[in-house]
Design a protein around this ligand. Structure first.
Ligand SMILES: Cc1cc2nc3c(=O)[nH]c(=O)nc-3n(C[C@H](O)[C@H](O)[C@H](O)COP(=O)(O)OP(=O)(O)OC[C@H]3O[C@@H](n4cnc5c(N)ncnc54)[C@H](O)[C@@H]3O)c2cc1C
Length: 582
């Protein structure tokens, strides 16, 4: 229903996007506070709460990122009075949109590519289109361009993708077609079930998934990231595309990480752009919370989760105020911080140890945002003109060894010799991202948090790093200079952490994707289905329940758990549990 497949890319895309804003709300109108840099609602409860002086709610949610707001929105619809408490002056967390750094241009500082939206239950369940959220799914989805001027293009149209891949390897094109049928079509509902249900212990999972196809799916767990790509593809350039694509979600190249391949592949042609900015999603969710009588409060820095007689009863803010959660407290921030706030002694030793050893990841992203007159002109468009219409664009790596070198440098805390990563020119698809007739483009190569001696080096050498990234980008795009370049700004891994305290060390996913932090291990098998040993305390942030990236899964899973525990009347039909016997 949300997919865009009409041939005329721009006009069609807008028609499609707009038709979902049925309530006629400008995505940015009410929650301008969600845009970084605009006059935010600082340090106070929202007007309604100031009037009522409310400090007691059915439930309290810590953190107004999209997961905390998802949980609050579902429970508000189920009749709970919920407060969502956000320490920053703006809501959104990793779904923020900046309008100050390059005035007139909207920059998504964190998430830009919302993936798999057509399988995301939130959109329909919460009627987000009525509250101002819509997205565009461009027909030319992704491209990888190379130094020799060639490029691979992934379309929404399978035949077109295969034709592009076949220019590099016919065998890989056929493999791609087979994988598409398996993971993007046949098993796609299963992958959504796995995402939106609480992760299961291995034995239970094996019980539910049997038959040759399921066996093949699970066999990916034998691989690391590189070997899983080598297993499927033979051409070096096609391999570089897939290894970088998998690294993008902060998966590390360790044994067992290959298990993420099917789920990632399933989204290869479902990259979407949020209309008006990434923040439009959290603004819509906040409106749902408020429509259900809840409150979203900024400048509310939670310091402690109050536990009385083994039960979470509320939270204490940095300014000393106590906000009661009569029925539940849900934490949408990172797992280690949650354990600290509630009191380590309340968790079993293995959980405490894991919280202390949480792996934030070896690589983060450094983003160069550009204000341009004309969109980047990629040289490889001469090889395939569709590259000029591609949404997500990868470059910097021609060979799998270069991918490996980039991640070795990141792990060694060095500015990578090989800069590689992906980016987009959002204004090409949604003109609201830039002033009329101009363009907003970004590229975010992989980079370490601590660089060349420490994280502070990002600040000290900002100009130099900016120049090095721009020079690299210019190898692939011919017009990033002179009159065409109106401005630039660099958003570093240190800036990521500054803006979002739970993205520690610039952790893009609130904790790396390594087997010990995936599935039932995210965060720990002793904390299954969002529940904790503390009665009434739930986890709903990205370091829990299949979290990481913008999918709302941890918020959704926790909302279902709380609704079950409190015997609430659900307003939604839960995504069916995973089952596959073929
Ligand atoms: C550079 C970059 C690019 C990315 N690109 C993509 C992408 O293209 N696609 C994608 O899907 N994902 C992407 N991500 C990841 C994505 O942004 C996150 O996974 C996602 O936003 C996390 O959502 P969340 O709700 O779980 O947590 P968050 O968005 O981090 O929300 C948590 C909130 O809690 C608040 N908080 C923390 N501590 C407290 C406290 N003590 N009291 C009160 N509030 C508190 C924080 O301020 C924050 O607002 C990217 C991330 C980065 C850094």
């Amino acid at each position: 229903m949300f997919g865009f497949t009409a041939p005329a890319p721009l006009a069609g895309a807008f028609f499609c996007a707009r038709q979902h804003v049925r309530g006629g709300i400008d995505p940015l109108s009410r929650y301008a506070a969600g845009i970084v840099g605009s006059s935010p609602n600082r340090g106070a409860f929202s007007q309604a709460s100031n009037r009522g002086g409310m400090t007691s709610f059915d439930g309290v949610v810590i953190g107004a990122g999209h997961n905390g707001l998802t949980l609050a929105a579902y429970l508000a619809r189920a009749g709970m009075k919920v407060a969502v408490l956000e320490r920053n002056a703006i809501i959104g967390g990793g779904c923020s949109t900046d309008s100050d750094r390059l005035p007139g241009f909207r920059l998504n500082l964190h998430a830009n590519f919302y993936m798999g939206m057509s399988h995301c239950p939130l959109i329909e369940d919460l009627e987000l289109y009525r509250y101002g959220f819509s997205y565009i799914e461009p027909p030319v989805q992704q491209a990888a361009v190379f130094r020799d001027g060639t490029g691979i293009v992934i379309h929404k149209d399978l035949d077109k993708s295969c034709a592009s891949l076949a220019r590099f390897s016919r065998q890989d094109a056929e493999t791609f077609r087979a994988l598409w049928h398996t993971y993007c079509i046949e098993m796609r509902p299963l992958l959504a079930s796995l995402l939106y249900n609480a992760p299961l212990p291995r034995e239970q999972l094996l019980d539910r998934l049997s038959g040759p196809q399921a066996k093949e799916l699970l066999s990916h767990a034998q691989h690391d990231l590189f070997s899983v790509v080598r297993k499927h593809f033979v051409d070096e350039r096609i391999r570089t595309l897939f290894t970088s694509y998998m690294h993008v979600i902060t998966t590390e190249n360790v044994a067992g990480a290959g298990i993420v391949f099917p789920a990632i592949f399933a989204n290869i042609a479902s990259f979407t752009l949020p209309v008006g900015g990434a923040v439009s999603l959290v603004n819509a969710l906040a409106r749902v919370v408020e429509a259900g009588g809840g409150q979203v409060v900024t400048g509310a820095d939670v310091r402690e989760i109050k536990v009385e007689s083994g039960r979470a009863t509320g939270v204490t803010l940095a300014d000393g105020r106590f906000i009661a959660g009569r029925k539940f407290v849900a934490s949408a921030i990172d797992f280690p911080a949650t354990v600290q706030m509630a009191g380590e002694e309340l968790f079993p030793a293995p959980v405490r140890e894991k919280a202390k050893a949480w792996h934030w990841g070896n690589h983060s992203l450094v983003t160069l945002h550009l204000a341009l007159r004309h969109a980047p002109a990629y040289r490889a468009a001469a090889f395939d003109p569709e590259i000029a219409r591609a949404y997500n664009i990868f470059f910097g790596m021609d060979h799998i060894d270069e991918v490996a070198s980039c991640f070795e440098d990141c792990a060694a805390k060095k500015f990578p010799k090989v800069l590689m990563g992906n980016g987009a020119c959002n204004s090409h698809f949604d003109p609201t991202y830039a002033p009329p007739g101009q363009h907003a483009a970004f590229w975010w190569p992989f980079a370490p948090y601590s660089v060349d001696g420490g994280p502070q080096e990002w600040d000290r050498n900002r100009k130099d790093y900016t120049q090095r990234i721009l020079d690299y980008w210019r190898v692939y795009a011919s017009n990033l200079e002179g009159d065409n370049l109106l401005g630039s700004t660099l958003f570093t891994p240190l800036d990521v952490e500054r803006l979002n305290i739970n993205m520690r060390q610039g952790a893009v996913r609130m904790g790396a994707y390594v087997p010990s932090q995936l599935g039932i291990n995210r965060p720990h098998p002793l904390l299954p289905g969002s529940r904790t040993p503390v009665e009434g305390l739930y986890l709903c942030g990205s370091s829990s329940g299949n979290g990481g990236g913008v999918n709302g899964a941890p918020g959704y899973i926790a909302a279902t758990a709380i609704a079950d525990d409190l015997r609430l009347k659900r307003t939604w039909t839960p995504v069916p549990p995973p089952e596959w016997k073929h």
